[in-house]
Design a protein around this ligand. Structure first.
Ligand code: PLP
Length: 459
């Protein structure tokens, strides 16, 4: 009897202890949450300000920003192209579609959906120093997340490689040229790219007017004259290419700078990790945050790495710590669920845009766009068509020598082929702007193509 009594007492005691522990744990968590909420003091005003400006809807056709124009104490709506009025609700019916710039606003809805995870609050005293605690100018945590992102996407080898951050990839393009060009040679290195190429390569080379490098033009014209290998060359390889989306390889096989701005699953299937000596990536075309001005270089050789680092140090004393904090927050969201939410959103948006675009161009004999071929994407683990950031439009008619002018007459603003050192018969149309911009582009293209049967004179 006594034994049973002890047994029952023990069971009751254990049960009570378990219940008490659960109560204390759950209560503790709740208390923690409450104390967290109570401890919000100086952040409340900033948070309220941020939410208030975000709540200004601008009819869904624009945005208001804290550092934008203020009217009557209220932030003013900045309307997307073709929309106007105080709340961006007025569509201008005769407006031209602007498909000129490569502003990657197509990802804005994703970041609005993930606002709770991707927003960051910067205190007045945040990292006022030039440097981090370890005397570097780069956040190690951010570097870790960039490496992690590459390993998830499978688009670049980063193990055993050096990394340098830059003010956008634009700054790293010149930093890389500086690092690769020959200081001691009697003649400057020739900077080359393959037509059609991104105009900044030539623009920066000419602007910097360096004794160490000068612009040499198109790689193809160098293939024959440079057979002796005696002249130093640095080749920009843009892969996927801006403007035509091709996955380019080096033509000359000498010193290369691989510009991988668009080597992400939204624009191209990822066939495997790039393992080039010097690769440059940018946040602009990965998450769409061109305004944050952040890029990074992945480098094999230690000397080249040190030169690049020195360039960034001397040119700018490193890059903004506020930007690095923001990029870290964004990349943490980018790698959530192994990148699936971000890349599925971005790929689906680009695929839908390409489906609609190809449907319009399939009805035209006057205009054509680049051919796309499917190949296997390691990231999505299936064969897919590329969905490049730009359509590379060709005007097929003999008389349509200046394709930009033809499109402009049809109220479509693109970037002419000559900007990419290609024929004027080509024009680039940006497909990565806002949905409003894209809708206007679809409308104007449909009108233009429908005019083909006999009504061309009216344009
Ligand atoms: C091929 C290529 N490289 C580099 C850049 C520069 O990007 P950012 O300076 O925004 O990183 C761009 C921008 O459009 C680009 O198209």
């Amino acid at each position: 009897m006594k034994k049973y009594c002890y047994g029952i007492c023990l069971v009751i005691s254990v049960t009570i202890n378990i219940l008490l522990s659960i109560y204390i744990y759950a209560g503790g968590q709740k208390n923690q949450e409450i104390s967290h909420r109570l401890s919000l003091t100086w952040t409340e005003k900033a948070a309220a300000e941020a939410e208030a400006v975000a709540a200004i809807s601008c009819s869904g056709h624009g945005r208001a920003f804290l550092e934008g124009l203020i009217y009557d104490g209220q932030p003013v709506c900045e309307c997307y192209d073709c929309y106007g009025g105080p709340d961006c609700s007025e569509l201008s019916p005769e407006c031209a579609a602007d498909a000129d710039s490569g502003d990657p606003i197509f990802l804005e809805p994703f970041w609005m959906q993930t606002a709770a995870d991707s927003s960051v609050l910067i205190p007045g005293w945040h990292r006022m120093s030039y440097r981090y605690d370890d005397y570097t100018l780069m956040s190690r945590e951010l570097e870790y997340y960039i490496r992690k992102l590459h390993s998830i996407v499978g688009n670049a080898i980063t193990q055993g490689r050096y990394m340098v951050f830059g003010v956008g990839s634009s700054q790293l393009l010149t930093a890389a040229l500086y690092a690769l060009s020959s200081e001691n040679s009697s003649s400057p290195s020739n900077v080359l790219a393959t037509i059609p190429y991104y105009p900044m390569y030539k623009g920066q080379t000419v602007l910097f007017n360096s004794e160490n490098f000068e612009f040499g033009g198109d790689t193809n014209s160098w293939q024959s004259i440079n057979s002796t290998n005696s002249i130093d060359v640095v080749e920009f390889v843009t892969s996927p290419n801006n403007p035509d989306g091709e996955l380019k390889k080096s033509v000359l096989g000498r010193k290369t700078i691989y510009d991988h701005a668009y080597f992400w699953p939204h624009f191209t299937p990822i066939p495997g990790p790039s393992d080039q000596d010097l690769m440059i990536f940018t946040l602009s075309k990965l998450t769409g945050h061109a305004g944050a001005r952040f890029g990074w270089a992945i480098i094999k050789d230690k000397d080249v790495y040190e030169k690049l680092l020195n360039y960034i140090m001397v040119a700018d004393l490193g890059i903004s710590k506020d930007t690095q904090l923001r990029v870290l927050k964004l990349l943490k969201v980018a790698i959530e669920e192994d990148g699936k939410p971000l890349f599925e959103y971005s790929y689906n948006t680009m695929r839908d845009r390409w489906d609609r675009l190809t449907s319009i161009f399939s009805k035209s004999t006057r205009f054509s766009i680049q051919k796309r071929h499917p190949f296997h994407c390691n990231f999505f683990n299936e064969t897919r068509l590329p969905s490049p950031a730009y359509a590379w439009v060709k005007c097929e008619r003999e008389e349509d020598q200046d394709c930009s002018a033809v499109l402009e007459a049809g109220k479509i603003k693109g970037r002419g082929g000559s900007s990419f050192s290609a024929k004027k018969r080509y024009t680039r149309l940006s497909l990565i702007k806002s949905q409003d911009d894209f809708e206007m582009l679809m409308l104007r293209l449909t009108e233009l193509v429908s005019l083909e049967n006999g009504n061309i004179e009216t344009m």
